[in-house]
Design a protein around this ligand. Structure first.
Ligand SMILES: [Zn+2]
Length: 397
């Protein structure tokens, strides 16, 4: 990649020079044709410094050139971007800052320089400065879509969810709703973040309002239903919790496994465990999975005893072999304390335990990132709503 950049640099310099010449030509069409000038020798000097890894000297040469050659803006934009891509952000900032101070720039060129400088600041982690530049561009109605996208990324990084919402809404307006559903789903996550913050501060009323807004933006927002269910559960409103958790099945059935444990708690609170067992059987027959199986087994243990539970597990394991299922089966048998088999079973349990450690339960369908925790924003590819429970794995692990 680096070699390719090296090769492209003289071309960038030359094309910048050509563009400058063309601009100069079109500006002076009505007057006298300017004499043809050769590519300034200092360009080659500067590029030579770059090739010899003497970035400081190269930078000085190019900045001097910028002062002498007012029409080489495009070349300097290319050079600045080149420094940034090489990770030399401070040098990119120097070039672009120098450009923005140039009084000769056209409005369009100045906006391009501001855009580039904003990206430099963003790379350098100077988020306040980047935010100011991108906001200035939006105010000037220049490069609105790109500036909004960058601002959104900054606000996400700063966890400033209110501003992230406002920026995404502005982005939707400027993109004329090309990807409105996708952006609405992201806004719903921002409201979920606000709802979680409010939950954490025990401000349940704000949390509920934020969840309503999340669902108004994206009716399929699973996360909002999960937060709502857990909030209701905490408030002792089991029926409301059940309603919220059962909504997930219609929003995205892949996440049903996430609702089952809190649902068990809610059904226990209203003393409707038999109804919950029926629901588990229904989930098992429709979606399979290990979570409903283990919870059903727990229910059978309490209501009909260990022998029946073991018998059920044998049947399920034959139909749907799984490591977690086997582990649970061994635990069930061990708890019956059949003395002669106990040692063998202990060995089995140690093996299944070891095999289950570090098993990934969630997978990002965009970048392949896997984890044991459900993240709504993928830590690897930074996209929302791309991580899902591993369906097959849930059953086959
Ligand atoms: Zn990802």
């Amino acid at each position: 990649m680096d070699i390719l950049l090296w090769l492209l640099l003289p071309i960038a310099a030359f094309s910048g020079w050509l563009t400058a010449k063309k601009n100069q030509k079109s500006r002076s069409m009505s007057t006298i044709e300017p004499p043809q000038r050769p590519l300034p020798a200092d360009y080659f000097k500067g590029i030579n410094y770059l090739l010899n890894e003497q970035s400081d000297k190269a930078l000085d040469t190019f900045i001097r050139l910028l002062d002498d050659e007012q029409d080489s803006v495009e070349t300097h934009l290319a050079l600045g971007a080149f420094f940034r891509r090489r990770g030399e952000v401070n040098r990119a900032i120097q070039i672009h800052q120098h450009l923005t101070l140039n009084q000769q720039l056209s409005t369009e060129q100045r906006h391009l320089a501001l855009l580039a400088l904003g990206q430099d600041y963003q790379h350098a982690g100077l988020l306040d400065r980047a935010e100011a530049l991108f906001s200035e561009l939006i105010k000037a109605q220049a490069h609105q879509v790109f500036a909004c996208q960058q601002l959104r990324a900054i606000y996400e990084q700063e966890h400033d969810w209110d501003k992230a919402i406002a920026t995404t809404q502005r982005l939707m307006q400027s993109q004329k709703q090309d990807n409105a559903a996708e952006l609405n789903a992201i806004i719903a996550h921002y409201y979920c973040e606000l709802a979680e913050q409010a939950c954490y501060q025990k401000d349940d009323a704000t949390s509920s309002t934020m969840l309503q807004k999340a669902l108004a933006n994206d009716a399929t927002c699973v996360r909002a239903s999960l937060i709502e269910g857990n909030l209701a559960l905490r408030q002792g409103e089991a029926l409301q919790a059940i309603k919220a958790f059962r909504r997930v099945e219609h929003q995205n059935a892949r996440y049903v496994s996430e609702t089952l444990q809190p649902l068990q708690q809610a059904y226990q609170q209203v003393e409707k465990t038999a109804e919950f067992a029926d629901y588990l059987r229904w989930v098992l027959s429709h979606y399979g999975g290990i979570t409903p199986l283990l919870l059903l087994s727990e229910h059978i243990q309490h209501s009909e005893g260990k022998d029946v539970a073991i018998e059920e597990m044998v049947q399920h394991l034959q139909q749907q072999p799984s490591l977690k299922g086997l582990h649970h089966f061994v635990e069930l048998c061990l708890s019956k304390q059949a003395a002669d088999e106990e040692n063998k079973l202990h060995l089995c349990k140690t093996v299944t335990e070891q095999l289950l450690i570090n098993k990934r339960a969630y997978l990002c369908h965009e970048c392949g990132f896997s984890s044991q925790t459900l993240y709504w924003l993928c830590p690897s590819c930074k996209q929302w709503n791309t991580i899902e429970p591993i369906q097959g794995m849930d059953g086959m692990v």
